[in-house]
Ligand binder design. Sequence first.
Ligand SMILES: C[S@@+](CC[C@H](N)C(=O)[O-])C[C@H]1O[C@@H](n2cnc3c(N)ncnc32)[C@H](O)[C@@H]1O
Length: 301
Amino acid sequence: MPAVPHPIPYQGSKRLLAPLILGHFPTRVGTLYEPFAGSAAITLAAAGLGLATRFRIGDSLAPLADIWTRILADPKRLADEYESLWRAQQADPRAFYDDVRRAFNEAGGSARLLYLLARCVKNAVRFSHAGDFNQSPDNRRLGRSPTRMRTNILGAHELLRGRAQASAGDYAEAIRHATPDDLVYMDPPYQGTSGSNDQRYHQSFDRPRFVADLEGLLDRGVPFLVSLDGRTGAKTYGPALPAHLDLTRVELHAGRSSQATLSGRASETYESLYLSPALATAHTSLPRSIREASPDTRRAR
Ligand SMILES: C[S@@+](CC[C@H](N)C(=O)[O-])C[C@H]1O[C@@H](n2cnc3c(N)ncnc32)[C@H](O)[C@@H]1O
């Protein structure tokens, strides 16, 4: 797998699983849609391997989608703004983080969000019920250096230049124009934990609506892949997608659970990847050397 830039530090990023997920891509993809983009790990990996002609990045968290818009349109300014914030924190990093978080909650700002993501605990967004970003800083580190951030921002820009668009909004709107020549990759907020009390994301996830939207994609003949929670050892997270959709579920080996390792139990974690019917029989487009270098994948029903 070639080295791929990764400008947005984001908990739940599919960066490490990308080779396994890309292994299920069809041979030709017109536009790759990633409507729950976050750090857009699959878009970046697919672009790095030339697996799609065009890319559509979407996320309902508007300032996050705006980071992508700026990476595509004006990357140097975003890198400059990140650098200014990063340097300004040196005198009192803790107080500065709180100031930036307050300013972000009052007025938004994509560079502020990028700084908060780079500095916060586990690079994980957390929101209060009122919709305020409330994640704490990781006080052991100052966040990704401006030099490294700039390299990744400019690298992502180069990779996607002239062939990608980003937009803020709901996934259903983002994929409305997808056709059978395209591919939709979806990584919605986790089923095992997302609900009215979940603070992981800025909005909760409506599962019946999602299932109805998958039915819509099937009716339109649009190929898709869906990542969902899987299991650690025998413990499964979140319900499976309904059988009537006739999707094929593949388990992707995501590594060893740190929780289980701490408690002395060696449990492996698997994530689920659901393939729409056309993909379950399609030939992969990924070069054999990359597929064979990838860790374990297994098929399950
Ligand atoms: C599990 S994360 C995706 C992580 C991504 N695969 C990556 O590699 O970074 C889910 C993302 O979906 C976004 N999201 C939540 N509800 C959404 C909705 N209704 N429409 C679009 N995006 C949504 C969240 O803001 C979050 O960034």
